[in-house]
Design a protein around this ligand. Structure first.
Ligand code: MRU
Length: 369
């Protein structure tokens, strides 16, 4: 996607030369500094990559997976032995618990690397991480095409602009490129459809207000930021034609775990007969589990994310201000689960299906419990 007129991905190796003595880095866009500062940071070790994931310099399920893959590639530079790789994998797996793409990427990398002689692992690790990134782009483009069919159908049934509501950031910043929930939007814009996006601000980290709004603006897509509480009202007044969200993990039965607040949007959409879609590349589907409420560990983040709000002051300085009394406690569950019964369709790279039909795409090799 574009920043200004320049094409970017969210993660890329800084240098292809892996000669002894040189420390290759992996470049990321520091998302904690957006929308006010665009900053590219070089990551030079698996520890630094785990920290970047933990501190949300990179975030969004597919990008977390890609970052973990490059984390393991970085680990091979210092210790490509079995123990070294397993330790690096454990560190990465502990960085954020909810997005299943992290485990998916780590298992794929380990499966590939541990079967090789130690001296081949470094080169193959960098290749495999690059493959994971390239595949992510292809999956998201396919989601974009299938989502476009849905949006064209909705547009044909009404007059005027198509209004899509999205929650959190499931755009290109949350993936390697294109995004999941926003891939249909970008594809629709390219196809000449008149679309407008309602962007939930997404407290407490404000991924909607700071990231989704920023990337839509960079790409010239019409959008409006709303408070998290406004969506239901807009739906009651016919101003939302469909909801599209991303996901951090989807069960094989189609329960959708996504950023906290997604469930409330699904309830409001259901009550107002508005289609609710989750856009989900297959690495985000956890085929091992069937009950999202029971089986998905929800990340409980720092209470300060609720107590404090960041923003630019009148001098253009980023400031953090407290919005709750010192005498109050805050709780911060970061994700929720939308039960399959509230989900109209799941858009994957294979096409769009109902949650009940999702199992048709379960790989034969997956373990089911
Ligand atoms: O906590 P975050 O910012 O990593 O949460 C991200 C989301 O909830 C996204 O909507 C989800 O990962 C889908 S990303 C394509």
């Amino acid at each position: 996607m574009k920043i200004g007129q320049q094409q970017f991905r969210t993660i890329w190796p800084a240098d292809n030369d892996k000669s002894p003595g040189l420390v290759p880095e992996v470049n990321i866009i520091d998302q904690t500094r957006l929308p006010h500062t665009f900053s590219v940071v070089g990551i030079a070790s698996v520890d630094a990559m785990a920290k970047a994931i933990r501190e949300m310099q990179v975030r969004g399920a597919p990008l977390i997976g890609a970052a973990a893959a490059y984390g393991l590639a970085l680990a091979t530079l210092t210790d490509a032995g079995d123990d070294g790789l397993r330790q690096a994998a454990t560190l990465l797996l502990s960085s954020r618990p909810t997005a299943v793409n992290l485990r998916w990427a780590v298992e794929r990398m380990l499966g590939r690397l541990l079967s090789l002689p130690v001296e081949r692992r470094c080169v193959v690790a960098w290749e495999e991480a690059a493959n994971i990134c390239d595949e992510d782009v292809i999956l998201n483009q396919a989601i974009g095409r299938h989502g476009l069919d849905i949006l064209q159908g909705l547009a044909a049934a009404k007059s005027g602009r198509l209004n899509i509501l999205t929650h959190c950031n499931a755009g290109w910043l949350a993936t390697v490129d294109w995004g999941t929930a926003l891939a249909p939007v970008y594809t629709a814009v390219e196809a000449g459809l008149d679309v407008h996006v309602w962007v939930d601000e997404t407290r407490p980290r404000n991924q909607g207000a700071s990231l989704t709004a920023w990337e839509l603006a960079q790409h010239g897509v019409a959008h409006t930021v709303i408070t998290d509480n406004a969506g239901g009202h807009l739906m009651q007044h016919g101003q939302v034609d469909c909801v599209i969200v991303g996901a951090d993990r989807v069960t094989r039965t189609g329960d959708v775990c996504n950023k906290i607040g997604t469930y409330l949007k699904a309830l409001a959409a259901f009550d107002n007969d508005i289609p609710f879609y989750a856009a989900v590349p297959s690495p985000t589907i956890d085929w091992r589990i069937s009950d999202g409420l029971r089986d998905i560990q929800i990340e409980e983040r720092d209470a300060d994310e609720v107590a404090m709000v960041n923003g630019l002051d009148e001098h253009g300085e980023v400031r953090s201000v407290r919005v709750i009394p010192y005498t109050s406690q805050a709780a911060n569950p970061a994700f929720d689960v939308t039960p399959a019964r509230l989900v109209t369709g799941i858009i994957t790279e294979h096409g769009c299906c109902t949650p009940a039909q999702l199992k048709q795409w379960m790989p034969a090799t997956e373990i089911t419990v």
